[in-house]
Design a protein around this ligand. Structure first.
Ligand SMILES: [Mn+2]
Length: 420
């Protein structure tokens, strides 16, 4: 009888009275290759992990990328720990039990190579440098081929934030591949505020880059579709004494769906309204600020607003958007330090799963859609020469005010403050 090491070990156990009469003949992969949800190094959904930024030859179809950056927030920081929290909360997702009953596919066992690309090691010390690093990282990730031969486009990325400002470098890099994209923005806040809406005597170019101004900045740079962008879930208080914020939001090119509307039109009505603003034949980006959920469902975030969506409602709306050409997505503003029982991170992990499902179910993006989009938009929104470095220019106010006018407004604001 030929004994292998495993059999010998078992026989050894028998001598001690611990024999279970088990004959182990499987390979090491058979015996030890399958993780439980609670074992293993915590990649997103136990997906295979590579540091994609270090291997530009690596090809994949959908990549999860962490962006642990949170130094552009106006209230509570902590979203730099979002990627870590979302990965931890995703551990009960596995390819073995990943069939999405709502969609009818298992996104982890289908045509697409889905992998966890690790994090962008972005600096917390200098936002100008951070913006440059994030842009360079996205250019790196989008500068390669998809794994499938059916696509001539780069892989699609699902970003785990990080605060919402990470959307600016993402849109800059996506613009080079797809032209202006339509943004579906799930958020309780507008995030189209001009930097002047954060008035302060103290100012630098870096201070204009925040988690509430990135969509305004994106508009100035021609990164957004002209009019096929939509906010869903809004319920923020507005500036001043009238609808000025909405007027400015119109100028940035967004349609608005208030969170309260779900009471009247329901989940299906909300989804249909989104689809009425976003054509089926354009590149679409989905950005999910987890604060679109009610604080009872997502307390672990920086700027909570009461009266939000239930997780169930958000998932249902997302599923109804699966026919769109989703070229990228993010889930941002998860701050585990404020979370309770991981419910916010859990919601974020599920949102990522639903979006990955949609990307896989739809199949590779057709290159003809991208070509048409770039040709149509070239006359509307000229490409900037350099999308990594933020243009060093004097930003005008939302109504085109001159710098002098803005300074006069600042003087008025300062005098108001001094009266308080
Ligand atoms: Mn936001």
């Amino acid at each position: 009888m030929k004994l292998n090491a495993v059999t010998l070990a078992i026989l050894g156990g028998c001598e001690l009275g611990l024999c279970h009469n088990v004959q182990e003949t499987g390979s090491l992969e058979d015996m030890w290759g399958q993780d439980w949800p609670f074992t293993g190094i915590q990649t997103f959904a136990h997906l295979p992990h590579e540091r994609c930024l270090l291997n530009t030859d690596l090809e994949f179809d959908v990549g999860i990328i962490g962006v642990p950056f949170d130094t552009a927030v106006s209230f509570r920081p902590g979203a730099r720990f979002g990627p870590e929290g979302i990965r931890r909360a995703s551990q009960r997702q596995t390819s073995m039990r990943g069939f999405n009953f709502r969609a009818g596919i298992n996104p982890y066992q289908n045509w697409a190579k889905v992998m966890d690309c690790g994090d962008i090691p972005v600096t917390p010390m200098d936002n100008h440098l951070a913006l440059k690093m994030m842009g360079a990282a996205y250019d790196n990730l989008l500068g390669r081929n998809s794994s499938t031969e059916k696509s001539t486009l780069p892989p699609r990325l699902v970003s785990l934030g990080g605060d919402h400002s990470i959307l600016l470098p993402i849109l800059r890099s996506l613009h080079k591949v797809y032209g202006p994209v339509s943004v579906i923005h799930f958020d309780s806040h507008l995030d189209t505020w001009a930097p002047t809406k954060y008035p302060s005597y103290w100012h630098s170019e870096e201070s204009e880059f925040t988690h509430g101004s990135m969509l305004w900045l994106a508009k100035q740079e021609g990164l957004l579709s002209e009019s096929h962008n939509v906010h869903a879930g809004l319920r923020t208080r507005l500036s001043g004494t009238d609808w000025e914020d909405y007027d400015e939001d119109d100028e940035v090119g967004f349609h608005r769906i208030q969170c309260d509307e779900i009471l009247d039109i329901g989940v299906d009505g909300m989804a249909q309204k989104i689809l009425s603003f976003v054509p089926k034949d354009v590149p679409v980006y989905i950005s999910v600020d987890i604060d679109v959920l009610d604080p009872s469902a997502a307390p672990g975030t920086g700027t909570m607003e009461v009266g939000g969506l239930l997780t169930r409602e958000l998932i249902s709306i997302l599923r109804k958007l699966e026919d769109l050409n989703i070229v990228g997505a993010d889930i941002v503003e998860v701050s585990p330090a404020y979370d309770h029982g991981d419910i916010t991170s859990l919601a974020a992990a599920q949102v990522a799963y639903e979006i990955i499902t949609s990307m896989v179910k739809k199949g590779p993006i057709e290159s003809s859609i991208v070509e048409r989009n770039k040709n149509q938009s070239s006359s509307e929104a000229p490409l900037l020469q350099d999308h990594i470095e933020r243009p060093r220019k004097v930003l005008l106010g939302p109504h085109g005010q001159s710098l002098e006018a803005l300074e006069r407004e600042q003087v008025v604001f300062d005098s108001q403050i001094s009266l308080l």
